[in-house]
Design a protein around this ligand. Structure first.
Ligand SMILES: Nc1ncnc2c1ncn2[C@@H]1O[C@H](COP(=O)(O)OP(=O)(O)OP(=O)(O)O)[C@@H](O)[C@H]1O
Ligand SMILES: [Mg+2]
Length: 296
């Protein structure tokens, strides 16, 4: 299992682990990345609304915006953060100080360009940053809304998370680009794709059978040609309530709790909750895996 490989790796020193509170026991947050090959397929909407779905089953949830440059999550919730992870890196603010509580029962950590900096940090800076990030691990779930595409940053994130949700729509361009991501993950021998917890969501589907066809095809191709395990998490209807909610800058699950898309998202969340990883990594664990990967 990748996690064990990474933990055993000498590339992350014991000192790092101690600084990050690793091995000190206690629950660690489950880290879920939400990604797509093509942009505009629903990552931010699903990240936010899955978070709300998890909070409805009693989880403490944090959403992080790792979408470099585009402050997607903030805009969608009509919040204007003054500070972000970049200020934490510069030690001007703590994670707690930049975390925003929303009226929707979920917290937001504005990521801005913070994540892109991690790879370039000095050892001591990084240690401090990891320690700071790990204060978030008292949450039950951390959902990271990543940018679309195949930058190595995004791929490392996917590989290091407990669960990686890949979103596609039934459109051929979107499917091709989603396949592009898993192909790169599969062809890079540093990634242990069998244990990656890759989960496919088909968004904007007209009905369940269209979505199932898309996922069957992708899962078959991934298995046959890439030896990659991809699970079908489910689908979300194409639903006008989604764009209406975006216009009103409210999550669709809040604006219209009974909308078709909302019911689907609640199902996705419950399915994920039933299917937990054996042990979650928390931020320290995730970053440990990240640096294990980056340093090879
Ligand atoms: N299930 C859905 N039904 C109808 N429309 C949807 C659905 N999901 C997303 N959309 C539409 O697609 C738009 C883009 O969604 P969103 O911003 O969540 O995508 P994204 O993948 O985060 O985009 P980006 O790559 O730019 O960050 C939404 O504003 C909405 O209009
Ligand atoms: Mg987005």
């Amino acid at each position: 299992m990748m996690r064990q490989v990474r933990e055993d790796s000498q590339e992350f020193s014991d000192e790092d682990a101690a600084a990050a509170g690793y091995g000190s026991g206690g629950g660690k947050a489950r880290i879920i990345t939400v990604t797509s090959g093509k942009g505009g397929v629903g990552k931010t909407n699903l990240s936010i609304n899955m978070a709300i779905g998890f909070s409805r089953i009693g989880k403490k949830v944090v959403v992080m915006d790792a979408d470099l440059g585009l402050a997607n999550v903030n805009v969608m919730l009509n919040i204007v953060p003054k500070y972000n992870l970049f200020h934490v890196i510069r030690k001007e603010k703590t994670i707690k100080e930049i975390t925003l509580e929303t009226e929707f029962g979920i917290s937001i950590v504005p990521g801005a360009s913070g994540f892109a900096q991690i790879a370039n940090m000095r050892e001591d800076q990084r240690r401090g940053f990891i320690e700071e990030l790990d204060t978030l691990s008292s949450a039950d779930i951390i959902i990271i809304d990543t940018s679309a595409g195949v930058s190595s940053n995004v791929l490392d994130f996917i590989a290091a998370a407990d669960d990686a949700v890949i979103i596609t729509t039934p459109e051929p361009t979107s499917i091709t680009d989603a396949y592009g991501i898993i192909k790169i993950l599969a062809s890079d021998s540093e990634y242990d794709t069998l244990n990656m917890g890759l989960k496919l969501v088909v968004n904007r589907a007209r009905n369940a059978s269209v979505a199932k066809e898309v996922s069957d095809r992708m899962i078959r191709i991934a298995g046959q040609f890439l030896n990659l395990k991809l699970d079908y998490l489910g689908f979300v209807y194409d639903d006008p309530a989604v764009s209406q909610a975006v216009l009103r800058q409210r999550p669709f699950m809040v604006m219209d709790p009974k909308c078709k898309a909302g019911i689907c998202v609640q199902h996705l969340v419950e399915r994920m909750d039933k299917n937990k990883p054996l042990e979650s990594a928390g931020f320290s664990g995730m970053l440990k895996r990240l640096f294990g990967l980056n340093r090879k």
